[in-house]
Design a protein around this ligand. Structure first.
Ligand code: COA
Length: 549
């Protein structure tokens, strides 16, 4: 089987075009006219077709290469035709001209002026030569009445079965009445839209040559056109995106592709809002804007972290469902949890504290508590023990500044307490825990927990924590792995205490054991220190007299 060269066909006037996508690889079998690669000029993107059916043996260009008519782009084995110099009759070849003539030249659409009024004139812009294409459907109107456009800005996008073309504006000016609509089939000479063109001094001749002066004007009007478009930009897309199915083709015109390349946007991640999900310039701007916002807010969950979002199935196919908007608090908690989970390398250290004596002491305070109007629960003891452990092991009382590669050491001990409320999880902060007594901590934690349940917490009361305690002891469970409340570097989870047989060296003794689950940021804290921290907590809670030391 003879090997033949695959050459770039007539590009319909375009000089050099850039390879933007290679569709086949060596070994692929193709049919005649199957696309081999996509090239793009500043006016259009075109798929170069296989000259014959056969097997691709080599592709000799890569994405980014510039090619022109006659350049060899690859080799193939198979059917006749395709190579310009093989002497075969080319009448059977696909008409490469028809496939590559996508350049709708703005010059062609410069019509004779319709009327002139003062310093401006109105023109009817006609469809320029479509290089052999007729009845090409409009798939997108890129402008709206009143828009200011620069020369060569795309006015309308049409799409044949071979190529997508943007009809560029022949002038800089203001869009008037649009005379076509999506779905209309266009051929050369059809009236497209009206445009008002401002003229310098208004003394140019009323001929089509005056387009040259408009061309000069366009330099000044371009920034305005851009500003208009930014205002019209749609809202940024959400933080999740659906990864494209393998082989998904991007549906976008050359100007949009060019813009995406300039901005470094991956078009496969941009959701198109145009007809047939076609990606518009505004979609690219909105996508880039949302990426920047996510990066700034640290919520770049989907794209920033490179982790694709979760695609939801249609749940109604499994049974009845109901949808309800998230409360702001739930949405904020979800974002914070995900941010912590994705940013912090978590490890959880488990231990048990023998709180038999502590509980005896706590229960003995019942009457005193009633007199004070304060209930003494295990939480104040935990607060006190954690404050002592933070003072003893200050590597837990830090935050990491990864940008500046610095560790921020805190000289205060403020501890957050996770409070379960009907409207979600809230974390009020008790300040200077190390300087407060058990009663004071009992009163303050109860007050803050009540405020949280009543939605009465002030923002300042939820800020500044160095460490968090999350106690599920009143509810149940044996252990869990809490998520570090970043930028803190550790969190203590407390589960329900239960009586356990503990070996004292001679016999098993019934002891009340409190399960501790310490999650920590492994960038800041090493495992040995985590074990030391829970050991110390167990020791402090096991003999609360040591809390006084
Ligand atoms: N083991 C056994 N019993 C415990 C206990 C533990 N670890 N911790 C508390 N209890 C007991 C208390 O002694 C009290 O019992 P009593 O009424 O017989 O004295 C009962 O459980 C209820 O205590 P609670 O009202 O929960 O008080 P608290 O001071 O222990 O906890 C909060 C206060 C705010 C922490 C708690 O109400 C809360 O909201 N916990 C949930 C936190 C949460 O949702 N965390 C998950 C985050 S992901």
């Amino acid at each position: 089987m003879s090997e033949q060269e695959i050459k770039v066909p007539d590009l319909g006037g375009a000089d050099e075009v850039e390879v933007i996508e290679i569709i086949v690889s060596a070994g692929d079998s193709v049919e005649e006219e199957d696309p081999i690669l996509t090239v793009e000029s500043d006016k259009a993107s075109v798929e170069l077709p296989a000259p014959a059916a056969g097997k691709i043996t080599k592709i000799t260009v890569k994405v980014g290469d510039k090619v022109k008519e006659g350049d060899v782009i690859g080799m193939m084995e198979g059917g006749a035709g395709g190579s310009d110099d093989d002497g075969s009759d080319k009448s059977d070849e696909p008409d490469p001209k028809a496939e590559s003539k996508t350049e709708a030249k703005s010059e062609d659409s410069k019509p004779a002026p319709k009327k002139k009024s003062g310093g401006s004139r109105t023109e009817v812009v006609k469809v320029p030569s479509l290089d052999g294409f007729d009845d090409v459907p409009v798939i997108e109107i890129n402008v709206a009445e009143g828009d200011t456009v620069g020369e060569d800005d795309p006015l309308v996008t049409v799409e044949s079965d071979k190529a997508t073309m943007e009809i560029p504006s022949p002038y800089a000016g203001k869009i008037g009445k649009i005379l076509v609509k999506e779905g209309d089939k266009l051929s050369e000479g059809v009236d497209l839209l009206e445009m008002t063109i401002e003229e310098d001094g208004g003394d140019e001749e009323e001929t089509s040559d005056s387009g040259e002066s408009a061309k000069a004007d366009s330099q000044g009007s371009k920034p305005e056109a851009k500003a208009d478009k930014q205002e019209a930009a749609p809202q940024p897309q959400g933080s999740t995106y659906e990864p494209p199915a393998p082989g998904t083709k991007v549906h976008a015109g050359p100007a949009v592709r060019k813009l995406a390349r300039e901005l470094g946007a991956d078009l496969t991640r941009v959701k198109g809002s145009g007809p047939k999900s076609r990606i518009l310039k505004d979609d690219v701007h909105a996508y880039v804007k949302s990426q920047l916002q996510q990066a700034q807010q640290g919520t770049g969950v989907a794209t920033g972290s490179g982790i694709p979002g979760v695609k939801l199935p249609d749940f109604s196919q499994f049974g009845e469902v109901e949808r309800e908007g998230m409360s702001r608090m739930m949405a904020a908690t979800a974002t914070n949890m995900q941010r912590s989970w994705l940013n912090v390398p978590h490890v959880t250290q488990f231990d048990d504290a023998d709180i038999t004596e502590m509980e005896d002491f706590r229960k003995a305070q019942k009457v005193a508590g009633e007199k004070r109007g304060v209930k003494m629960t295990p939480l104040p003891f935990l607060l006190k023990a954690c404050a002592a452990a933070l003072a003893e092991l200050p590597q837990f009382n830090v935050s990491l500044d990864m940008e500046r590669k610095e560790v921020v050491r805190k000289k205060y001990i403020h501890i957050g307490i996770a409070v379960d409320t009907p409207h979600g999880l809230m974390v009020p902060v008790i300040r200077n825990v190390d300087q407060k007594g058990l009663w004071e901590l009992a009163a303050e934690s109860a007050e803050l927990a009540q405020k949280a349940r009543d939605k009465q917490l002030k923002p300042a009361e939820m800020q500044g924590a160095c460490f968090t305690i999350t106690s599920l002891g009143g509810i149940g469970g044996t252990a869990f792995t809490p998520i570090v409340n970043t930028p803190e570097v550790a969190i203590l989870g407390v589960s329900k205490a239960s009586m356990k047989p503990v070996w004292d060296g001679k016999a098993f003794q019934p002891r009340l054991m409190l399960p501790l689950s310490l999650s920590y940021d492994h960038r800041a804290v090493n495992g040995a220190d985590a074990a030391r921290f829970t050991n110390l907590l167990a020791q402090l809670l096991g003999d609360i007299r040591t809390l006084l030391l």
